[in-house]
Design a binder for this molecule. Structure first.
Ligand code: HEM
Length: 137
C-alpha cells in the first residue's frame, strides 16, 4: 500500500543498500583499485538516481499528500527538515562526484569526497533514525 510509512521504510532499505555499495567502493579504493571504485560508484550513482526520481514522482505527482501528516506534526516536520539539510546537498553533489572521478580531477574529487562523505553520513543517520516508518498509536 502506498502510505507515508511504507515509502519511508522502502527508502531506508534502499539507502542502506546503496551505502553498502559506497563502503565497498571505498574498501577497493584503499586497496588501490581505482577502476573498480569508479565502476561500483557508477552503479551507486545510477541506483541512487533511480530511487530519488521514483521518490520525487510519488511525492510530486502520484500522491502529493502522502507526507501531509509529517507537515502537520511539528516534531516530525523538524526531523524532516534536519534530514533535508543533509540529503538535498548530498544529492546535488553526486553528479560532481561522478564527473570529477570520471575526468580524473583527483584533487577536486577528494576534496568533494570529504564534504560528500559527511553529508551522506548525515543523510543515512537522520533518515534511518529520525524519520518514523510506522504510525505511532
Ligand atoms: C566518498 C569518498 C570517495 C573518495 C575518497 C574517492 C576517491 C577517489 C580517488 C582517489 C580516485 C582516483 C582518481 C584518479 O584516478 O585520479 C577516484 C576515482 C573515481 N571515483 Fe571516487 N571517491 C569517493 C567517492 C566517489 C563517489 C560518490 C563517486 C560517484 C558517485 C565516485 C566516482 C569515481 C569515479 C567514476 C572514478 C574514476 C575511476 C576510474 O579511474 O575509472 N567516487 N575516487
Amino acid at each position: 500500500m502506498l502510505t507515508g510509512p511504507n515509502v519511508i521504510l522502502t527508502l531506508k532499505i534502499a539507502v542502506s543498500a546503496v551505502t553498502v555499495l559506497l563502503l565497498v567502493s571505498l574498501v577497493v579504493l584503499a586497496r588501490g583499485n581505482y577502476r573498480l571504485h569508479g565502476r561500483i560508484n557508477v552503479v551507486f550513482f545510477t541506483l541512487t538516481l533511480i530511487t530519488v526520481l521514483g521518490f520525487e514522482a510519488i511525492i510530486q505527482f502520484i500522491e502529493p499528500s502522502i507526507f501531509q501528516y509529517i507537515k502537520d506534526h511539528a516534531e516530525l516536520r523538524r526531523a524532516l527538515n534536519i534530514h533535508l539539510c543533509f540529503s538535498v546537498p548530498s544529492a546535488l553533489l553526486m553528479p560532481a562526484m561522478l564527473y570529477t572521478g570520471l575526468s580524473h580531477r583527483r584533487q577536486v574529487h577528494v576534496i568533494l569526497a570529504v564534504v560528500f562523505g559527511l553529508l551522506w553520513t548525515g543523510t543515512v543517520v537522520t533518515g534511518v533514525f529520525l524519520l518514523p516508518h510506522s504510525v505511532s498509536p
